[in-house]
Design a protein around this ligand. Structure first.
Ligand SMILES: O=P(O)(O)OC[C@H]1O[C@H](OP(=O)(O)OP(=O)(O)O)[C@H](O)[C@@H]1O
Ligand SMILES: O=c1cc[nH]c(=O)[nH]1
Ligand SMILES: [Mg+2]
Length: 212
């Protein structure tokens, strides 16, 4: 499994403000949006392209366009929705599928409450958006939905990952397909409630407010 930790002072600065418990929702949303655009730049390094001939006002030349079929972007609701606008800015022609998933806070298993993905993802490159990779259960389920439908290349863009979750993900899906993670940081560990430490708290709550 490919793991890329984006090492850049601007990313580290924005992440520090994001982690700060004094940062309120409006600023938090803005920072998530900015961070995902920076991370998407790394995550799309191997996006498929095709050569094209074009005429500039001066001469004929060879360039590249994104290859067909178009990539698909999959935000995992709720928190992943906060990453969609930033990703779409960089990949405006990508299709968007949706997964609604919630972690059971007793068992830490992922519950899927919405699945709006194309049935056939044969040969498609997929970019999954979820800010937090904690136990990894949510992302494992998401990656499995995509690989089952024929996706060949799945890259998850996360803001924070826990070492435990990365290991669990690697064991579960690392050998099944081409799976990669791009994250702004790998934190220290999970606590007893399986929250990432030091982390940033509950990403969904910080983006959208607390729900029961
Ligand atoms: O790696 P895991 O242990 O599975 O945890 C990570 C998941 O937990 C959070 O979602 P949450 O269940 O809080 O839902 P929300 O986005 O609606 O807040 C987060 O956005 C991930 O989807
Ligand atoms: O630290 C964590 C773990 C799971 N989900 C979150 O939003 N934060
Ligand atoms: Mg949440």
């Amino acid at each position: 499994m490919r793991v890329h930790v984006a090492d850049h002072p601007l990313i580290a600065h924005k992440l520090t403000v994001l982690r700060d418990q004094r940062t309120e929702s409006p600023t938090f949303r803005l920072l998530v949006d900015e961070l995902v655009t920076l991370l998407a730049y790394e995550a799309t390094r191997d996006v498929r392209v095709t050569e094209v001939e074009i005429d500039t006002p001066v001469a004929r030349t060879t360039g590249i366009h994104l290859a067909a079929p178009r990539p698909i972007v999959v935000p995992i609701l709720r928190a992943g929705l906060g990453m969609l606008a930033g990703m779409s800015r960089l990949l405006p022609t990508a299709e968007v599928g949706f997964l609604g998933m919630q972690r059971d806070e007793q068992t830490f298993e992922a519950i899927t409450y919405a699945n709006r993905l194309p049935d056939d993802l044969s040969g498609r490159q997929c970019f999954v958006l979820d800010p937090m990779l904690a136990t990894g259960h949510t992302l494992i389920a998401a990656v499995e939905y995509l690989l089952e439908r024929g996706a060949v290349d799945v890259t998850a863009i996360c803001l924070l990952a826990a070492p435990e979750g990365l290991q669990t993900l690697e064991q579960a899906v690392g050998e099944r397909g081409d799976v990669g993670i791009v994250t702004a940081a790998v934190d220290e560990r999970l606590n007893n409630q399986r929250f990432i430490v030091p982390g940033l708290g509950d990403a969904g709550d910080r983006l959208y407010g607390v729900v029961d």
